[in-house]
Design a protein around this ligand. Structure first.
Ligand SMILES: *Cc1c(COP(=O)(O)O)cnc(C)c1O
Length: 481
């Protein structure tokens, strides 16, 4: 007998049963609370704040942000959220902004605005530090804007203002700085980069996606934080994710502009079709108001005191981690982080970072692998948040243990045979079933990512991207089961 509607029950199922199924499915995920997943998740560790966000999200569940005249609640909330972020980041009540679904969307819109503000440039380019987030490359490919990565200082991992300025030319429409960079957690010399851009009549975007709602509280806790926000002359736009250190549920970021014409250039309107006239501030058209309501509720529920305390705790956790890593032979912190993001590198060829990631995960801590690129070494990433403080001794114990285990096994041979095998196949000619059949040969397993990371790290960037997209395609296919 064939199932008439695969994946769809004939008659409706009760909510309790569905939630039980979701609980069973998410049991296999990395934990989103408690700070042991040191990337992707940001836990404020406060049940009452989470509850406020959850209830606010549900209260706005059915509101559509597509039409702000039909749902004025969206305008009211967005103005409050954008206003709060602007006031903390060098703007004021009148600072124009857009609430978006995340850092990538904020960056896409910042690049679109810079491109569309310069219709005179036929082949637009953006100048970014080599450490800039992948979202700028995504914006480049989606928007047909060339991305010019400029090498950073190899010891501090910070952008070099003179090199950034020298990379600007007649096609440049935007210059970028990070505050801080995701990979190494260091703040670029924003003031110098913005001044160099302004001297050439160019706008400058500060990617404060991860740092925007963290650095101000770290500064209050006594950390030396260089100027990075809209108060810096020459900074014309800034992105700040609330679903990171704002501790809001996912789907929340703010893009600020220094002036209104630039925000207009980010907007989209279309009244040349027979349906309703479309006017959007974001990439999405119909969109849930839940993330906006939840971000607003999180800001209100934590308040300045809440963020200050979480910032202090994250800073203390980071300082203890850095001091602890100093005492672990073979392991080191790359650069000197300005925020609470840390990249761990290897000092000893016998310490294979990809094995270290797997060993740490087996001991309960997820560290995020970061590949070597542009002459910068590979590393493991940790983002420390407000809840990391209680777990930092446990994390250090796991690192000591895992480092000892990996070093004892000695250096891992490079994946020479796999590389040769890949050289023989044209990836484009392998279909998903054939690709899936090859995967076990790489040593890949759900609990073992080291072989795949090692392989990716050994490949040139364009092949990495192709292999990674093939991997994603297979992951969503029935062929891996
Ligand atoms: C997270 C991040 C982004 C992208 O944000 P998403 O919310 O993942 O889309 C961009 N830049 C930096 C520095 C980030 O940390």
């Amino acid at each position: 007998m064939t199932v008439p509607h695969p994946g769809l029950p004939q008659s409706g199922r009760p909510a309790e049963e569905l939630l039980a199924e979701l609980r069973a499915l998410t049991a296999g995920d990395l934990p989103t609370r408690g700070g042991r997943t040191t990337a992707y998740t940001y836990d404020a560790g406060r049940p009452e704040v989470r509850e406020a966000a959850e209830r606010a999200y549900l209260a706005m569940l059915e509101v559509n942000g597509l039409d702000p005249t039909a749902f004025p609640s969206v305008v009211a909330l967005e103005r409050q959220v954008v206003g709060a972020v602007a006031a903390r980041l060098g703007g004021d009540d009148g600072t124009p902004g857009i609430f978006t679904s995340g850092g990538t969307e904020s960056i896409l819109l910042a690049v679109k605005a810079a491109r569309d503000a310069r219709p005179d440039v036929a082949e637009p380019e953006i100048v970014v530090p080599a450490t800039a987030h992948a979202a700028f490359f995504k914006a480049g490919r989606y928007l047909k804007v060339a991305v010019v990565p400029v090498p950073v200082d190899p010891s501090t991992f910070r952008a070099v203002p003179a090199a950034m300025a020298a990379a600007c030319g007649p096609n440049t429409v935007l210059v970028v700085a990070s505050a801080p960079s995701y990979a190494h957690g260091v703040v670029d010399p924003v003031a110098e980069i913005a001044a160099g851009a302004a001297a050439r009549g160019l706008p400058c975007h500060v990617d404060a996606c991860v740092g925007g709602w963290l650095l101000p509280w770290l500064a209050e806790a006594g950390a030396p934080v260089p100027p990075f926000d809209l108060s810096v002359p020459g900074v014309t736009s800034l992105s700040c994710d609330l679903h990171k250190f704002g501790y809001a549920p996912k789907g929340a970021s703010v893009l600020l502009f220094r002036d209104r014409p630039m925000r207009l250039a980010a907007y989209f309107a279309c009244a040349q079709w027979p349906g309703y006239p479309v006017v959007n501030s974001t990439v999405q058209s119909s969109k849930g108001a839940g993330p906006l309501a939840a971000a607003w509720a999180t800001l209100q529920a934590l308040g300045a005191d809440g963020y200050r305390e979480l910032g202090r705790a994250a800073l203390s956790a980071t300082r203890r981690l850095i001091a602890g890593v100093d005492g672990i032979d073979g392991l080191r912190v790359l650069g000197s982080p300005d925020a609470t993001l840390v990249a761990l590198g290897a000092d000893d060829p016998a310490l294979d970072l990809w094995e270290l990631a797997d060993e740490s995960r087996a001991r309960g801590f997820f560290l995020q692998p970061q590949l070597s690129v542009s002459g910068l070494p590979a590393s493991l990433h940790l983002t420390l948040t407000g809840v990391s403080e209680q777990g930092v001794d446990g994390l250090l114990a796991v690192l000591r243990d895992a480092v000892a285990a990996v070093r004892a096994r000695g250096p891992v041979a490079p994946p020479t045979e796999l590389l040769a095998l890949l050289g023989e196949f044209d990836l484009a000619e392998l279909d998903d079933p054939a690709f899936a059949a090859l995967l076990p040969a790489t040593g890949f397993a759900p609990s073992r990512s080291a072989p795949v990371n090692r392989l990716l790290d050994a490949l040139p960037p364009h092949l990495r991207d192709r292999l990674a997209t093939r991997f994603l395609s297979v992951l969503y296919s029935p062929y891996l089961d």
